[in-house]
Design a protein around this ligand. Structure first.
Ligand code: SF4
Ligand code: SF4
Ligand code: SF4
Ligand code: FES
Length: 348
């Protein structure tokens, strides 16, 4: 363990802790734009700069390890001026589009501009003009709003293990693109959207849907598989309009393409809301109660077993079930019915 002082407060932290993490433990907020606790530090945005006694220039707290006896200052007139200039430079070629941007209300850049009171920009000049390519149904990329924080590139590599996007060009022309500027072609998990601090990345199916006004947030569990990822549904009226996940849950905010984007079934008018039974051969499906449906299944199972033996029956279980449910399912078939004909849809 090492002792250091931040803004006059002493703290003991484990070796390897960064100055930013140590400040967080003390409840001291340092502005960041390219940092995410779940990813490796990157040091791209320079907003998290702090002054350290004995060092001639401010350093980035997210990449600087705490050392014994260190004395750190996170707020000063100089740091305020430098951070404000950094935000001004980011905004100097950023579209003034907050009113129609899908990121508004939760955009870190917008919040920083508000906090530093930036209305006019003394660095106004050339603007980047990236052409968007969006031929997939999931992710909309608006590169003119990209601040090159690198969070999307890192999450795709470090968490998803795909590496579908990377940096291209240099300086003013620098951008994040799929290889050779091709269309994005990946697993469409949407992890990159979830970490993007601006409106540069968004879900295509969110477009035109309410952003914050009248939106209700409901924490629940994804129904797609037994992992049971924690999700938060955004709904407006009786329509679910977006799925997201908080970073402090067991899935750490990460979701798969189904959990994040496959929610249109919730509002589908085709959705089954009761069991259906075909009572006669060649007949139509008719609505039934659960008791009726389960009695019907038990009766048919017994008839088949009596006539053709237990191996005439087979069970196919679902990946939506938990391990415990799948255990009970195979038990029903092996011990209850007497056959080993049991399989699972997730087994390739
Ligand atoms: S990305 Fe943020 S700052 Fe840029 S237009 Fe959208 S809300 Fe405004
Ligand atoms: S959707 Fe997933 S795989 Fe595709 S670029 Fe984003 S993080 Fe990578
Ligand atoms: S697209 Fe978003 S997450 Fe990716 S580098 Fe740009 S601002 Fe950062
Ligand atoms: S948060 Fe440290 S450089 Fe961006």
């Amino acid at each position: 363990m090492i002792n250091l002082t931040i803004d006059g407060k002493s703290i003991e932290v484990a070796e390897g802790t960064t100055v930013l993490e140590a400040a967080k433990q003390l409840g001291i907020k340092i502005p960041t734009l390219c940092h995410d606790d779940r990813l490796k530090p990157f040091g791209a945005c320079r907003l998290c700069i702090v002054e350290i006694a004995g060092m001639p220039k401010p350093v980035t707290s997210c990449t600087t390890p705490a050392t014994a006896g260190m004395s750190v200052q996170t707020q000063s007139a100089r740091l305020y001026r430098l951070r404000k200039t950094t935000v001004e430079l980011l905004l100097s070629d950023h579209p003034n589009d907050c009113m129609t941007c899908i990121g508004t209300g939760e955009c870190v850049l917008q919040e920083l501009a508000y906090q530093y009171g930036i209305r006019e920009n003394r660095f106004a000049g050339a603007m980047r003009e990236h052409k968007r390519v969006d031929h997939n149904p999931f992710i909309t990329r608006d590169q003119n709003k990209c601040v090159m924080c690198g969070l999307c590139v890192r999450v795709c590599d470090e968490v998803q293990g795909i590496g579908a996007i990377g940096y291209a060009e240099r300086g003013f022309e620098a951008k994040v693109i799929p290889p050779f500027g091709h269309d994005l072609d990946c697993v469409f998990c949407g992890q990159c959207i979830s970490v993007c601090p601006t409106g540069a990345l968004s879900g295509s199916i969110w477009s035109g849907k309410p952003r914050m006004e009248g939106v209700k947030f409901t924490d629940t569990t994804c129904t797609y598989c037994g992992c049971g990822c924690n999700i938060t549904l955004r709904s407006h009226g009786d329509q679910v309009i977006r799925v997201e996940s908080k970073s402090d849950n067991h899935n750490r905010g990460w979701l798969c393409v189904k959990g994040r984007f496959g929610f249109d079934f919730i509002n589908s008018t085709d959705r089954l809301t009761t069991p259906l039974i075909r009572r006669e051969k060649g007949g139509h499906f008719e609505k039934a109660t659960w008791d009726e449906a389960l009695d019907h299944i038990a009766k048919k199972f017994n008839e088949i077993k009596e006539k053709n033996g237990p191996d005439a029956l087979a069970g196919l279980s679902s990946a939506r079930c938990t391990n415990e449910e799948n255990y009970l399912f195979q038990k029903l078939f092996r011990a209850g019915i007497g056959t080993n004909n049991v399989d699972h849809c997730a087994r390739y």
